[in-house]
Design a protein around this ligand. Sequence first.
Ligand SMILES: [Zn+2]
Length: 285
Amino acid sequence: MPSTRPWTGDPVWLADVLRAEGLDVVEYPGWRDRGHGDFQDIRGVMVHHTGSDTATAASIAEGRPDLAGPLSQLHIARDGTVTVVALGVAWHAGVGMYPWVPANMGNWHLIGIECANTGTSPLAPHRQNWPDAQYFALVRCCAAINRRLAQTSARTIGHKEYAGYAQGKWDPGAIGMTLLRSDIAVRIGVIADPAPTPRPPVPVGEYTGILLYRGVQGPQVSELQRRLKYAYASYAGGLVVDGDYGPQTEAAVREFQRRTAGLVVDGVVGPATAAALQLKVIPAD
Ligand SMILES: [Zn+2]
């Protein structure tokens, strides 16, 4: 009888539940000591493709020159081998949002799975270039983790569902997330007492879709600059309203966040910062 209960902190049970699911599990050397700090409450799973059919577990563990590893907790090779790469937080989710994940905080709440796969293309049909061994290993990994946490398959999401809007992400490519979730649901079986869907500790409502950060351009950025420039002139009065979220805009946002209790100082305007600013929302056209 598998244990199902809520969990806060690092998933020390990761290798064990995967093995119990019948998976071919490799424990990458040092995985228990690898991570960018500790998890908060684990709210689900995020699925990725690496962008290459041959990306190794080592590349996920060690990272890249521009991004230090670990880049996810799990790696799934095309033959279905699952490598447990890290126990702690990994840089896989980045900036983004999903209803039950605090904005931009996916890395601290989601176990990341990187599948060695090109993803084919953004519009490729479900499972094109996904070998059965790899696809069903993915289904089992997600099911094992969701079940361990008393979560339904609704708690497995794709990177593209979280960051698509913000970052132009389309991974996992050639995976229909609804189809994947229904396969995971079958594998999970019945959960007697599923965990309730967590609420993110941020305002939602009209600000749900707001996500502005360095490099973003457009009328919503102009509105942000106008708001900062005129309402917070003591430190943002010199801002140029040009609709381009550059270093000056980011600095002003950071200063606003520093002066506002309860905000994370990250220079990114998500729902919480937008609400605190009482930012006027410009409808997308
Ligand atoms: Zn990704």
